[in-house]
Design a protein around this ligand. Structure first.
Ligand SMILES: [Zn+2]
Length: 76
């Protein structure tokens, strides 16, 4: 069974250079989406929340994977 990627808020989608996962909308979006739709939202907090959710999923067992150093637009 092929492992699927878990995407946290603002994670870069594998195989793309400019598409991200938006956890507020549960959609794949371009960079401009975050400024156009979520100007006043706290993206770092949302990322933390989705990473926490991911840790819980991981500890319960999941067929999804998320690399430790997954590319994310909020990090350098
Ligand atoms: Zn969004």
């Amino acid at each position: 069974m092929e492992a699927k990627r878990f995407y946290a808020h603002c994670d870069l989608i594998e195989g793309t250079g400019d598409v991200y996962y938006c956890s507020f909308c549960n959609r794949l979006v371009k960079e401009k989406h975050f400024n156009e739709e979520h100007m006043n939202k706290n993206h770092n907090q949302k990322l933390k929340a989705t990473l926490h959710e991911w840790k819980l999923k991981e500890s319960r067992g999941t067929n999804k994977v998320r690399p430790e150093n997954a590319p994310n637009r909020l990090k350098e």
